[in-house]
Design a protein around this ligand. Structure first.
Ligand SMILES: C[S@@+](CC[C@H](N)C(=O)[O-])C[C@H]1O[C@@H](n2cnc3c(N)ncnc32)[C@H](O)[C@@H]1O
Length: 247
């Protein structure tokens, strides 16, 4: 059942987020991301929407980029604060659907499909509009997301194994609604201590729809790659890294 509170995901997931996604903090994953982000930020400041526990923001700040963050979950931000370099990072707690911050940024970025946490097309368009208002002259908006693949669902459902170890198993369970382009899902985390459930609800969009959202917000696509190594985006790509600029 969808939960209307945008903080629910982060507040519940914070305790295990880094452990659950441990492979995603490996240097071979993070370094190419930080290379691209540092390059786009140049000498200006960057803002991460949905900064979470700082998986990307902290290594980017270590590179010398002035990184700001916005996240609706106090619990995720508290985890970021515990990490080296995390206490000094300027992070605002709030919703990135519609935001009003003082800064103007040469780079605003949102990674790991986080735009799809917004539950409707309207909310996602509103986020693009907020981004456009916060870009400095010549600034860009980078968005990383998967390419939707409704074929993953069998009669509207999907169950898949994640970590499978002797005393730890994770299972993702989801239901797909192609009309609203939404997936209602939960991560199940099973250990000898018991089963914990973490809800993850998404409203996905194809790259073409995202480009239209950008146009509605006064932006246009500058580049689209299949990955962080800037490989070409093709019909076979399962994800994309897209860079938008003010039109
Ligand atoms: C999947 S995590 C990604 C965290 C981090 N960017 C990373 O790549 O590891 C999504 C983050 O977005 C935050 N988030 C989700 N919906 C939000 C919203 N409407 N406004 C602000 N933050 C939101 C969550 O609290 C969570 O920290």
């Amino acid at each position: 059942m969808a939960d209307p509170d945008p903080a629910t995901y982060g507040d519940r997931m914070a305790e295990i987020y880094d452990e659950y996604h441990e492979g995603l903090s490996a240097p071979e994953v993070v370094d190419p991301m930080v290379d691209v982000l540092a390059d786009l930020a140049g000498d200006g400041a960057a803002l991460e929407l949905g900064i979470g526990t700082g998986r990307i923001a902290l290594p980017l700040a270590e590179r010398g980029v002035e990184v700001h963050g916005l996240d609706v979950s106090e619990a995720m931000v508290a985890k970021l604060r515990e990490k080296p370099g995390g206490s000094g990072l300027p992070v605002s707690v709030g919703d990135f659907t519609q935001f009003d911050l003082e800064g103007r940024y040469s780079l605003i970025y949102i990674v790991f499909n986080t735009l799809f946490a917004l539950p409707s097309q309207e909310a996602q368009v509103e986020c693009f509009r907020s981004v456009a208002r916060h870009l400095a002259d010549g600034g860009v908006f980078l968005l990383e997301a998967f390419v939707p693949d409704p074929g993953r669902f069998d009669r509207g459902q999907r169950i898949s194994a994640g970590i499978v170890e002797d005393d730890r198993v994770t299972i993702d369970m989801g239901r797909h609604d192609p009309v609203t382009q939404s997936v209602t899902s939960s991560h199940l985390y099973i250990t000898p201590e018991g089963i914990r459930i973490y809800p993850v609800n998404t409203r996905y969009a194809w790259p073409s729809e995202l480009d239209l959202m950008a146009r509605l917000a006064g932006m246009r696509l500058r580049s689209r790659w299949a990955d962080w190594r800037r490989n070409p985006f093709t019909a076979a790509s399962t994800g994309h890294v897209s860079v938008y600029e003010l039109a």
